[in-house]
Design a protein around this ligand. Structure first.
Ligand code: CUA
Length: 333
């Protein structure tokens, strides 16, 4: 290898490392390193089909390379393979072998299909209703009387049943490290279950092209220890914290005049997320860090943050009013 070529190769390698390292640092979203039972089952199926595929690939490629070398054109002496047509044994072999392979693959597939579709409610399961909206996720815990958005809190080592429905167009609910995907369809309820064996945030994604904001329709599954989850439930069920400052009071009034039509909370038909516990969230709009700077960015121009979002621009408030509104929202815990 010449020196120039070597440098070029090293540059490509360095660029690849740089580009691919962008994939880490996020909460886990690796389907090949599952952190829950459903994910493990699905990885097992991937392994089964991959190993069989590898076997078929190896045999086919070996024969292919052998024929390529054995019967290649050579000066003077061409070897013509014997020309056959309708060899019964060969025909039988390549009909029967795939049938056997599929039959073998059917065993784990059928077993796991029944296991994964078992979403009968039980005393130890947690029920959650998931609704996909353009471009955010609503999570409702009917047994607990909690409604939230963008972050699905679950206790570890608990089977969580999800009833998944769409409000507008097709979406797809996908948490790679815990299992999925499940289609989100308006007017139809699909079910799935998942669990997490370790606490942690797990990144979720919408996996069905649903419009301009599709790639930004993120959410998180936050798995917590039993104790932490109970604390979270208690906090969500507590009445909202009282208004303490005059800015929050002003903000509440601005919220009432400008926002409540869509963010009306648990009782109305929801157009936007319930914000009654907004101060406890992890993200703004599911993608920005949860601070006032991001909130301002989102309020002033939602379209720039998440194209196609139905949230209107709140760019007509004076700075002082906007600050008051943000004070109020951040105090909702
Ligand atoms: Cu929702 Cu893509």
């Amino acid at each position: 290898m010449t020196r120039q070529r070597m440098w070029r190769a090293m540059l490509v390698f360095a660029l690849a490392v740089f580009a691919l390292s962008g994939c880490s640092g996020h909460p886990s979203m690796d389907a090949l390193q599952p952190k829950g039972t459903a994910g493990e089952i699905q990885l097992d199926l991937i392994k089964w089909s991959f190993i069989m595929m590898l076997g078929v690939f190896t045999v086919v490629i070996t024969i292919f390379v052998y024929v390529l070398i054995r019967f290649r054109k050579r000066k003077g002496k061409d070897i013509m393979p014997e020309q056959v047509h309708g060899n019964n044994w060969l025909e039988l072999a390549w009909t029967v072998i795939p049938i056997i392979l599929l039959a073998i693959l059917a065993v784990p597939t059928v077993k796991y299909t029944f296991q994964l579709s078992d979403t009968k409610p039980g005393p130890d399961t947690l029920e959650v209703k998931v609704t996909g909206h353009q471009y955010w996720w609503e999570f409702e815990y009917p047994e607990l009387g909690i409604k939230t958005a963008q972050e699905l809190y679950i206790p570890v080592n608990t089977k969580v049943h999800l009833e998944i429905e769409g409000r507008d167009v097709l979406h797809s609910f996908w948490v790679p490290a815990l299992g999925g995907k499940t289609d989100v369809i308006p007017g139809r309820t699909n079910t799935m279950w998942l669990d997490a064996k370790k606490p942690g945030p797990y990144q979720g994604k919408c996996a069905e092209l649903c419009g301009a904001g599709h790639a930004l329709m993120d959410f998180k599954v936050v798995a917590q220890t039993e104790d932490d989850f109970d604390k979270w439930v208690a906090q969500m069920k507590n009445p909202p914290q009282p208004i303490t400052t005059s800015a929050q009071k002003e903000g509440e009034e601005i919220f009432r005049q400008n926002c409540i039509g869509c963010h009306a909370g648990a009782n109305a038909k929801i157009l936007g997320p319930d914000l009654s516990k907004f101060g406890t969230r992890d993200t703004i709009a599911g993608i920005l860090p949860h601070n006032k700077e991001s909130l301002k960015q989102w309020l002033k121009n939602p379209e720039a943050v998440k194209p196609g979002a139905k949230m209107p621009k709140i760019d007509y408030l004076e700075d002082k009013e906007l600050d008051a509104l943000m004070d109020y929202l951040m105090s909702r815990k």
